[in-house]
Write a protein that binds this ligand. Structure first.
Ligand SMILES: C[S@@+](CC[C@H](N)C(=O)[O-])C[C@H]1O[C@@H](n2cnc3c(N)ncnc32)[C@H](O)[C@@H]1O
Length: 239
């Protein structure tokens, strides 16, 4: 028979475990593990900080203001989402991802950053939120980083359909694409090489114009990976 520990012994054991945890600096290891978990769920191990810095700097240099309404499609673990919602007024950030597992990590990041009062909305959807958001909900900025090359042609068509109806008047959609690395796979998603003209034609079917801004490297991305050669595109509704 197991004899229950007295409260005092239980407290002593708990304190001892805490002492070992602090002395061995296990928190550092926990933090590193969590960072790797975030990086693996966004696809770029070791590049969390460079991806986050580029994305928030880019958005602030390209029209994001505190009052912008912002929709992130393929928000992942909120690499951009956390600094974006920190900058925005409350109720302006909506993130959509197809994976519940990554949104569970995302909610943890919201809590860690103390951003609950920004009332972010995170939506798990396989139709870019069309099943959840009201029909007339539009946004000043729609943003998809490292996402378009994970969509097959059919899903890309759904993406542009959704962007076209969700852009507010004068709104812009920013997205980077892969036009140089051969097609492959990433997790359960395809990894697709497509030229800019293919994107232009796919977007045009939904009344969207395409403008190439430059590679993310030329726009300030400081990371070492080959994704620095990804062109960044703007899609906007034809007037
Ligand atoms: C490479 S990660 C990038 C995540 C984030 N944008 C970032 O920069 O860290 C691609 C994300 O797109 C999401 N995704 C892929 N297909 C999607 C779809 N059809 N709808 C919504 N999200 C999708 C994945 O779950 C993943 O979180």
């Amino acid at each position: 028979m197991k004899i229950p520990l007295s409260r005092t012994s239980a407290r002593l054991i708990h304190s001892l475990k805490g002492f070992v945890f602090d002395k061995a600096n296990f928190q550092k290891m926990v933090d590193l593990r969590q960072k790797h978990e975030l990086e693996d769920s966004m696809g770029f191990r070791g590049q969390w900080d460079s991806h986050r810095k580029f994305q928030i700097d880019f958005l602030r240099n390209n029209g994001l203001t505190p009052s912008s309404t912002f929709l992130e499609l393929g928000c992942g673990p909120l690499t951009a989402g956390i600094p974006v919602m920190d900058y925005l007024e409350p109720n302006k950030y909506v993130g959509v991802d197809i994976r519940a597992s990554v949104l569970n990590l995302a909610w943890r990041e919201v809590g860690k950053a103390g951003l609950s009062s920004k009332n972010p909305r995170l939506i798990c959807s396989s139709s870019f939120g069309s099943d959840i958001l009201s029909r007339d909900h539009t946004f000043d900025i729609i943003y998809s980083f490292s996402v378009l090359y994970h969509l097959n042609d059919e899903v890309l068509d759904d993406f542009f359909s959704e962007v076209s109806r969700r852009l507010a008047a004068g709104g812009k959609c920013f997205a980077n694409v892969n036009d140089h690395l051969e097609s492959d796979k990433w997790l359960e998603f395809p990894f697709v090489k497509r030229g800019i003209e293919t994107y232009r034609a796919a977007a045009a079917k939904h009344g969207l114009n395409t403008t190439k801004l430059g590679t993310i490297h030329s726009l300030g991305f400081g990371g070492p990976g080959t994704e620095k050669l990804n062109p960044l595109l703007i899609f906007s509704r034809r007037t």
